[in-house]
Design a binder for this molecule. Sequence first.
Ligand code: NAP
Length: 310
Amino acid sequence: MAPIRIAIVGYGKIAQDQHVPSIAANGSFELVATVSRSSGAPEGVACFGSVEDLLASGPKVDAVAICTPPSVRYDIARTCLDAGLHSLLEKPPGVTLGECEELVRIAAAKGVSLFTTWHAQYNPAVEAAAERLAGKTIDAMRIVWREDVREWHPGQQWIWAPGGFGVFDPGINALSIASKIFPGTLILRGAELLFPANRDTPIAARLDLTSPAATGAVTAEFDWRHSGGEAWNIEVEAAGEMLLLSEGGSHLSVGGQELVAPGHGEYPGIYAHFAELVAGAKSHVDLAPLRLTADAFLLGKRIEVEAFED
Ligand code: NAP
């Protein structure tokens, strides 16, 4: 079968670090163009200033991977879906649930694939944890997601603007893992959001959740004011076992014993799945992590903390 001709829209950190190599390593895809305001593209790949330019004068494309900040994702995705392009969305799929639901409607009407990716879910250890917890009652779950914003988002200003998610930009990765492994719907009960005095998005957050499948506390703590290495851990107590997903969901241990799970890994797994979706013109849409985040902003108590300078 001829490869799926794909364009990357937004040529920033994640496009270069993960999408380009994963597309190159997957024979089902051929990277034929980028759309970039800063003229970014791998050597030999054509670059266009906007999706409209690509559609008007670019090579034929079948699909796009939209790797921009989330606040501009909806308009770009709508243009691509309207043009009949299968569309892969970086996380988070939009800044509101309303935007995402409208994209779902357009993709269905056009008969093309819409894929809301959550890269952390594609860790083999996360899939193994989901299988292990299926059908169980959860006694407690504790999410701790701490990192240094200066290291992970150097100079990125969009993360602090409304719709930039602040600490929920990484925190939503934890919620994407939690909603995948939890054997029941997670529901937000309360939140505290810590906003720097000079910023429009939170630098830290504490969430209190519940679920019909949980008997005890389900909590999450996100913090960007952390130095000396990341802490990206989810601990789950269930049926007398302590399960720990660590290092962003890439490692799983049960009762202190490390388990090795086979699989593609994050972005290779995403592109393997996208190829299957495109082949069947099917969509894969998961809005649970965005819904929990939106609910945290709806329910969250705002607490002002000291100003943050890059
Ligand atoms: P980034 O380095 O800032 O890159 C985003 C790119 O989008 C920019 O370089 C720019 O590329 C393009 N863009 C288009 N419209 C823009 C606008 N209005 N403002 C700013 N940039 C605009 O960001 P990133 O870290 O790659 O993150 C992009 C998305 O991937 C986010 O949703 C993020 O949550 C997700 N993600 C990031 C990581 C990570 O480790 N960084 C990991 C997983 C997922 P051009 O100059 O080419 O137009």
